[in-house]
Write a protein of this length. Structure first.
Ligand SMILES: NC(=O)c1ccc[n+]([C@@H]2O[C@H](COP(=O)([O-])OP(=O)(O)OC[C@H]3O[C@@H](n4cnc5c(N)ncnc54)[C@H](O)[C@@H]3O)[C@@H](O)[C@H]2O)c1
Length: 244
């Protein structure tokens, strides 16, 4: 039980990596506040986990929504140890066809949401004098440029955000790391055209998609004391697709 009695806040928890991370954390003894825009899917996908999980509707791109969810973390579980900024959105826009709205949405969720949940989460950790851990989800696309401009820009910015807040939060004993997945078998990938998928897999030396539990195991490691001297790092889980 690597996370016994720890309290975690996991965003984008209704499906994909977020759901797997919630399950991985619960299996290691954590209590989890699982948030997502899609409350119906969230409640259904995590119903079997019982009282270990509090499922909340939250828009990570909205400051008031995040503050409200963090308030509920305190009320229900009395404090916070771990934040996983997993909620993310992409799209298939070409750069030249990217609308102002699409740009603002992707940056607002992927970067803005990571900022808001990290800030509110860190405030709560510090309030309770807890030496916490924050895990931010980036993407191999931020390194290779193989993805839409708004997505790659937001995921590269998450790495910079991590490095800056690492320095400030270290004094409070809070570690911050960036988990950098390669192509992973989730609903986000379901919309990718087959020819694009085949081309993508040619660049993965292990020759397959990552499975969500392979991401969850690394998230457990980064959240746990096993990673007690790791902060500010990019941790790649990409089948050898890129080196960081
Ligand atoms: N799947 C991949 O191949 C891949 C690769 C690299 C990085 N990533 C990143 O990993 C993370 C998880 O990816 P996934 O494939 O599991 O995604 P997914 O699309 O399967 O799930 C994302 C979840 O986030 C939720 N969400 C979206 N906007 C939200 C908001 N504003 N507030 C709260 N919740 C919101 C969605 O409702 C959904 O449940 C994302 O940040 C993604 O960019 C994914």
């Amino acid at each position: 039980m690597k996370l016994l009695n720890k309290v975690a806040f996991v965003t984008g928890a209704a499906q994909g990596m977020g759901q797997a991370i919630v399950r991985g954390f619960v299996a290691e003894g954590a209590k989890v506040v699982a948030v997502d825009l899609n409350q119906a899917a969230l409640a259904e996908s995590l119903a079997d986990l019982g009282e270990q999980v509090l499922a909340l509707a939250c828009n990570v791109a909205d400051s008031a929504s995040v503050a409200d969810a963090m308030g509920q973390v305190e009320v229900h579980f009395g404090g916070l140890d771990i934040v996983v900024n997993n909620a993310g959105v992409g799209g298939l826009d070409s750069f030249l066809d990217t609308s102002d709205e699409s740009w603002a949405r992707v940056i607002g969720v992927n970067l803005g949401g990571t900022f808001l949940c990290s800030r509110e989460g860190a405030r709560l950790m510090i309030k309770g004098a807890r030496k916490g851990a924050i895990i931010n989800l980036s993407s191999t696309a931020a390194l290779t440029g193989e993805g839409p401009a708004h997505y790659c820009a937001s995921k590269a910015a998450v790495m910079g955000l991590t490095r800056s807040i690492t320095r400030e939060l270290a004094a409070s004993g809070i570690r911050v790391n960036t988990l950098v997945p390669g192509p992973t078998n989730t609903p986000m990938m379901a919309g990718i055209p087959d020819d694009y998928m085949q081309a993508l897999l040619k660049n993965v030396p292990l020759g397959r998609l990552c499975e969500t539990d392979e991401i969850a195991r690394v998230a457990v490691f980064l959240a746990s004391d096993d990673a007690s001297y790791m902060t500010g790092q990019n941790i790649a889980v990409n089948g050898g697709m890129a080196f960081i």
